[in-house]
Design a protein. Sequence first.
Length: 469
Amino acid sequence: MTMDRRATMKKRTALFAVAAMAVAMAFPACSERSASERAEEKKPSPAGAEKERKVLYWKSKMNPSFIRKEPGKDPMGMDLVPVYEGEQPSGPAGTVRIDPATVQNIGVKTAVVRRKQLSREIRTVGRIAYDEGKVRHISPKIGGWVERQSVNFAGQVVDKGERLLEIYSPELVATQEEYLITLQYHERLKDSTVGNAAAGSESLLRAAETRLRYWDISEEQIRALRERGQITRTMELHAPFKGIILQKDVLEGGHVQTGKNLYSIADISTVWVFADIYEYEAPWLRLGQEAAMTLSYRPGATYRGKVAYIYPYLKSMTRTLQVRMEFKNTEDFDLKPDMWANVTIRPSLGRKSLAVPVQAVIRTGKRDVVLIALEGGRFAPREVRLGAEAGDEFEVLDGLQEGERVVTSAQFLINSESNLQSAIGKMLAPEAPEEGAGKAPPPAASPAKEMPETGAAGTSPAQRRKGKE
């Protein structure tokens, strides 16, 4: 009996322990469920959430123009996403908000507005010409006959002082004889003490020398005539500088008259290059700017020069501005007049200015507009005042600050999104109340009204007129 009681007591004790452990484990679970239930009770009901965030419509992620009043799927099989009341973009007038997925899909790119030294590359075609200040006509100041001709054809290269031809002139012979007689007379009377004989003889000698100089007889030739004491039958004409013969209008044995042009000589150690610049490139040009020139027949060779003159008028036929540049020629005369050349001028504004890419500017014809990229997928249009165009950038005179971000691609798609939001806003606007009823609040100002009219895809003019009605 005693053994049976002890066994029974042990079984009861074991059962009691198991029951106690079960109760202990169940209590926290009950506590957790109670806490969860209390938390669920504290959460707002779906009806309350609906009151806080009202769904305006449902739209497609890939095609924002596909909208429905009820949830569903778009033609691509993707779930429509809700657009809630109060999600209208905040910011400057005309601000539009686009979700990040759409921004990525339409390929929006931005650039930072920076202050920099703007430069431009002006490419044009140039024509090599003679330096008009280094072209000389050779014409005698006395008449006579050509006896010996040293330069016989156009294009011949002559050195400075080289003899061109010799002219026999009876008048020149008589003047030389007069000079020699006056010289002898002066030699006899220069030491005379009788009256003004010495001074008079010297005056006559100076007059004879002056007459020879008027005929372009050089000082060396006059000195040689004085030392020799004999006249020369002919007078030599010499090249005034090194150059090439442009024109030859004389033959040996021919008679020449006073003032007739015998030769035209050009010094081509320096050449001019004329180029035409478009009107919008004119503000970039300054005197002294460096220019580079290449020739088709000398590949790899580059010649350096400077802008020497900017003409003060435009060509009426081409509406271009002519520029004259000066280039040093080589010893072999690589730069030949009447050649065509490729000319490059790389001017700079000379000041640091705000710059934006050309792609960022929307030019409507009436104004210039850029789209500013704001935080949270928001974009706002802003009118700017532009300066010079520097290649693929515009100088910004007013309207932007350094460090702002501007949209450089997909501006028209953003404008389309703005027009779409405007149309949707008009469709969802409350209808006008009946007469006598309280007036409904007017819809918020449409961002599209501030966006530039660029002709981008969006609502048509007819739809806009209908919306206004």
